[in-house]
Ligand binder design. Structure first.
Ligand SMILES: Nc1ncnc2c1ncn2[C@@H]1O[C@H](COP(=O)(O)OP(=O)(O)OP(=O)(O)O)[C@@H](O)[C@H]1O
Ligand SMILES: [Mg+2]
Length: 509
């Protein structure tokens, strides 16, 4: 009889958190984190920027130790004091920020700390390469396993992180915003791998700010707010609106609040710029008050064009003019003083000084404006920072808290604020809402729209089609380093854009 009882008892969840608490000094990052993760399931964890998702993940990963609450693996209480212990227990984590060693090769990064050895005790390079190749094949990517990871795009870095996690053969795989830097095709491949891992009976936890992904991939969803568990529901029983309400605690009515703006003269003019092997003969212009969307797949060369215009990268031929005047190549400082701002894609690396405070970071690009008698006074720095911190709803314990202590999404907001504070005439934003939660996303869109209304020329690179369609007056499309399409707002359809982004046309060859 006892056997029957056991057979009908529900299977124990592979991982369970009960009211887990974590504070950093006075900051309570996790107030009451609860989660039940089942085998053979893909579970979404969602919540606003700073809700405590990554903190929860880092506790499971053994990176942080919890202050209180229970952590159970197969029903047994566990306490990881290092990431090695968590790994050994079969938990693999893909962190929000890639954690690769730039000097090491792709393969070395994947097998870091647990390289297979030959019978002679040497590191078995062949075995490592073969396994790396095998995983890349599964993910459908062509990455050279021998190259160093320095200089790889964030998408490629993310893929290496994913390969690393897969190679661990873990029973719990946690992915903290793995898709933020990936293109549609790459996301599809990752999802295919995730589904096959699920079908093998593994448990997956998936953190994302993109609802379409959550609904496409996951079977269950847990919502967090302000460091606490809110609710867990089967995906089939919920809607985006319900989830948003649970996350934000209010309705978010309009995600793309586009305002009508007067479109004026050409401000930014790009003519035939070429950089061998990267982009070729790219020409377009952006007018005052206009938002031009630059769509395309990741790797199409959009960020590279933006960086070349701004002057952080070189280009060989062609020209850039601002208000009719030539802009010198390779001089970002001149670009800034001429009223151009670039909000880069890789904000953590290119935009943020992690050891500096939030207000210092927010005012980094306007220090010369703030200076009086050659000094920047803390008070004026804090005043200027306060404006942007509140406009972008930056969630931080204090304005002088170190940027490194902010959640991923809040770090993004700081970099956005830093450039908006320069009051540019031409604003180039690369993936402006990547990693930003739904409430603030609407806020960022409203802000962009308002800036356009004030006559700023905006070039917005985005891989999110709804964002491009919702915000742009005109859409440009790039594919393999070339402009392959241009659509006014009323003709920009998802089909037209995807076609231009993916199809080899005669004109391009
Ligand atoms: N090391 C730390 N020191 C101080 N505060 C921290 C630290 N790590 C996280 N926090 C704070 O804890 C809160 C939760 O952060 P966490 O990174 O878990 O959020 P998140 O839900 O992952 O957000 P996002 O969607 O932006 O990635 C934030 O307010 C953050 O500033
Ligand atoms: Mg996070």
């Amino acid at each position: 009889m006892a056997i029957e009882v056991e057979a009908s008892a529900p299977p124990r969840p592979v991982l369970e958190l009960r009211r887990v608490v974590k504070s950093f000094g006075p900051v309570v990052a996790l107030r009451s984190g609860s989660l039940i993760l089942e085998r053979g399931s893909i579970h979404a964890l969602i919540g606003e920027n700073g809700a405590g998702k990554s903190t929860l993940v880092k506790i499971v990963a053994g990176l942080y130790r919890r202050d209180a609450g229970d952590l159970l693996l197969d029903g047994e209480s566990v306490d990881f004091s290092s990431t090695a212990q968590s790994k050994a227990a079969g938990i693999a984590v893909i962190y929000q920020e890639p954690t690769l060693f730039p000097d090491l090769s792709v393969t070395e990064n994947i097998f870091m700390g647990r390289q297979p050895v030959t019978r002679l005790g040497r590191i078995d390079r062949r075995a490592m390469r073969e396994e790396a190749q095998e995983i890349f094949g599964r993910l459908g990517v062509a990455l050279d396993p021998d190259r160093v990871t320095e200089g790889l795009s964030i998408a490629d870095q993310q893929i290496i992180e994913i390969a690393k996690a897969i190679s661990l053969d873990a029973r719990v795989l946690i992915m903290d915003e793995p898709t933020a830097a990936l293109s549609g095709v790459e996301v599809e491949r990752l999802f295919a791998v995730a589904r096959s891992l699920r079908d093998e009976g593994r448990a997956l936890l998936f953190i994302s700010h993109r609802f379409d992904e959550v609904f496409a991939l996951c079977d269950t969803v847990t919502v967090m707010r302000d460091g606490s568990y809110v609710d867990t529901t089967p995906i089939a029983d919920t809607t985006v609106d319900d989830l948003v309400r649970q996350m934000v605690g209010r309705d978010v009515t309009e995600l793309y609040p586009k305002l009508a703006a007067d479109i004026g003269d050409v401000v930014l003019e790009v003519e035939g710029i070429t950089r061998a092997g990267v982009f070729r003969d790219v020409s377009f212009s952006v007018r005052a008050g206009e938002i031009v969307g630059l769509a395309g797949l990741v790797g199409a060369g959009r960020s590279e064009v933006a960086r070349a215009i701004f002057g952080v990268d070189a280009y060989e031929s062609g020209s850039v003019r601002v208000n009719g005047e030539a802009l010198p190549k390779g001089r970002p400082r001149t670009s800034t003083s001429r009223g151009i701002a670039l909000v880069p894609e890789d904000r953590r690396r290119q935009g943020l000084v992690l050891d500096d405070g939030v207000s210092r970071n927010l005012t980094l690009a306007i220090r010369s404006k703030l200076a009086r008698w050659g000094l920047v006074w803390t008070r004026s720095e804090n005043e200027a920072a306060q404006v942007w911190a509140s406009r972008l709803e930056v969630k931080t314990s204090a304005l002088d808290a170190q940027a490194s202590t902010l959640s991923g999404g809040n770090q993004q907001k700081v970099v956005l604020g830093k450039w908006l504070a320069t009051e540019p005439r031409v604003l180039i934003v690369d993936e402006p809402t990547r990693g930003i939660d739904v409430g603030t996303k609407a806020e960022v869109h409203r802000l962009l729209s308002r800036l356009a209304q004030q006559g700023i020329a905006i070039l917005m690179i985005s891989s999110e089609l709804p964002e491009v369609l919702g915000m742009a007056d005109r859409v440009l499309v790039m594919r393999e380093g070339r402009l392959t399409g241009e659509f006014p707002r009323d003709q920009a359809t998802p089909e037209a854009i995807m076609h231009a982004a993916t199809t080899v046309t005669e004109a391009v060859r």
